[in-house]
Each structure stands twice: as C-alpha cells, then as structure tokens.
Write a protein that binds this ligand. Structure first.
Ligand code: AMP
Ligand code: ZN
Length: 117
C-alpha cells in the first residue's frame, strides 16, 4: 500500500529496529516506547484496522498472536506479565491505519491503557 508507513517498514523502505520477521509478519521497536519492551507487530499484508479483518485473515491473525507470545518469551517478560493492545479506529486511538499489536512489558503497567495519560 503506497503511503503507508508500516508497509514501508515491512518493505525495508523506512528503517526500523526489526526484532523479528518472517514471510507473513514483521515486529519492530516502537519509535516512542512507553515501556522497556514496546514492540509493534504487523502483518506484511496491508489490513487497515481490526475492523477490516476478513475470514481469510484468520490464520494470519493467529500467527500474529503466536509471534507476539513468542517475542514475550524471547524478551523474558512472559513470567512478569505483559500487555497486548490493538487500537481500532478513531475512538480506539488508532493513529496508524495498518493493523498492529503493541506488545508492552518490562515494568508494572498500571491501569492506564497504553501508559499514556
Ligand atoms: P496506534 O495509536 O496504535 O496507531 O500506534 C501507532 C504507534 O506507532 C505509536 O506508538 C507510534 O509511536 C508508533 N510509530 C509511529 N511511527 C513509527 C515508526 N516509524 N517506527 C516505529 N514506530 C512508529
Ligand atoms: Zn500498510
């Protein structure tokens, strides 16, 4: 998708601190981390938001969730616990319209949703 910053990251056109990638998924550090571990996980496929998931994306979404869990174990935040967030749409606070999970951990996250007030 032209003009999508996360498609550009997935395509290597924009640099990012990539921590994991395979044929379907890319994970990279958030530019403005709100926790010691703050990783964004995206499908390479441009799906704008959670509201755009179709039946044919079920396997991809399962894989994305699996990779999130694997990265949590790799970063050693699984025992302490972590938060997996997906913002959807305007009221959900979504800023970038290429579907992504935030994987947050490495400190007690409290009750505010993204650690931002
Ligand atoms: P959201 O509000 O869920 O759409 O979150 C978008 C996230 O993308 C924010 O946490 C930003 O800090 C992050 N972000 C924006 N641009 C970049 C980038 N070029 N590289 C890494 N993270 C980014
Ligand atoms: Zn995109």
């Amino acid at each position: 998708m032209k003009d999508c910053i996360f498609c550009k990251i997935a395509g290597g056109e924009i640099p990012a601190e990539v921590v994991y990638e395979d044929e379907q998924v890319v994970a990279f550090n958030d530019l403005n981390p709100v926790a010691p571990v703050h990783i964004l996980l995206i499908p390479r496929l441009h799906i704008p938001s959670f509201d755009d998931i179709k039946p044919e994306h079920k396997e991809l979404m399962g894989h994305l969730a699996w990779v999130a869990g694997e990265l949590a174990r790799q970063k050693n935040i699984n025992e302490g616990g972590y938060r997996l967030i997906m913002n959807c749409g305007r009221d959900g606070g979504q800023e970038i319209f290429h579907l992504h999970f935030h994987l947050l951990g490495g400190k007690p996250l409290g009750s505010s949703l993204l650690g931002r007030e």
